[in-house]
Design a protein around this ligand. Structure first.
Ligand code: DON
Length: 307
């Protein structure tokens, strides 16, 4: 394999002319203000090498990528009992779909669709005020990335709080089935803030490194989760991390990944590296268009596909 830094730079250079393609999410008004030409790539290997290209050090709204980290936190608190509250099957539906919830008695298909992530956040909230739960999530990300300058973008959180009608509907619907322990407004208060976390590709790749290294962050030596749990979180990312685009992502990239409507994707190459890409323009499934292409090229060049 050629030098990894050269590969990362070549991929960035090859795709740069296409910056601005795709559609920037605007259903959360504050997200529409982002420069559509931003494009960053960060690869952090399990032996600690960091390879960056483009806007890899600029914070962006991680949105649904946060669901990987709240799932990790909630599994730590509740263990396998978590699976009484949320399933482990791909939904084949859009991230914010409500149709399955009625047929399946308010039990979300998986922890990465919005309904499932809201159910997971309800579990993170157990025994806490919303403010404490948000603080716990932020501290967890700082611990994982081993960096203190990770914050919640309050303007993004407020913007979603003011317009997240679909998420209110999902949460109230689940509560009507007795699937949430806390009032919908409290759970969503936490959920909107976790989605509004602002992180750079470099920080995200560092934060995801434990998933590439059997549950232990090789840079800090912190054992975040047991090996088996890391493997299982990766399995869920592979099968459910891109919603109704998960099959296509597995086919093209072949790595566990989690996307967010801010245009970020976190991908895990087990035993090799953690990768974060960011480009705000989204494809038809609501996943970063350039980001998906960059990961497809990276997997092809490195042979990192899990298959
Ligand atoms: O709940 C929402 O709609 C957003 N905070 C997050 C959605 C998201 O990132 C979907 N991912 N592609």
């Amino acid at each position: 394999m050629a030098d990894l830094q050269a590969i990362v730079e070549e991929i960035h250079a090859a795709l740069s002319p296409r910056r601005g393609e795709g559609r920037v999410a605007d259903y959360i008004p504050q997200l529409a203000h982002v420069d559509p030409k931003k494009f960053g790539v960060a690869v952090v290997t399990v032996d600690g090498a960091v390879h960056l290209a483009g806007d890899a050090q600029e914070p962006f709204s991680i949105q649904s990528i946060s669901k990987v980290f709240t799932l990790t936190l909630a599994l730590g608190k509740h263990g396998e009992a978590l699976w009484k509250r949320v399933g482990r099957e791909p939904s084949g539906s859009a991230f914010n779909s409500i149709v399955q919830l009625e047929r399946e008695e308010g039990l979300p298909r998986n922890p990465f669709i919005n309904a499932g992530a809201i159910a997971v956040t309800d579990l993170v909230l157990a025994g806490h005020t919303p403010k404490e739960a948000i603080g716990e999530i932020v501290r967890f990300l700082r611990y994982l990335a081993d960096e203190d300058d990770i914050i919640v973008d309050q303007a993004v959180a407020r913007s979603e709080q003011a317009t997240g009608f679909r998420n209110y509907a999902l949460a109230h619907f689940m509560r009507s089935f007795g699937r949430l322990d806390h009032p919908a407004e409290l759970v969503l208060g936490v959920y909107f803030h976790q989605c509004a976390l602002a992180m750079s590709c470099r920080q995200l790749a560092r934060a995801g490194l434990f998933l590439a290294a059997n549950g232990t962050n090789p840079l800090t030596g912190h054992r975040v989760v047991p090996h088996l749990r890391a493997r299982r979180i990766n399995a869920l990312m592979l099968t459910c991390g891109h919603y109704d685009g998960s099959g296509d992502f597995a086919y093209r990239v072949g790595l566990p990944g989690k996307s967010g409507v801010g245009g970020g994707i976190l991908a895990v190459a087990p035993g090799k590296a953690s990768v974060a890409v960011w480009s705000p323009g989204l494809n038809d499934s609501g996943n970063s268009l350039l980001g998906s292409l960059a990961l497809e090229m990276l997997a092809a060049r490195t042979g990192w596909s899990v298959f």
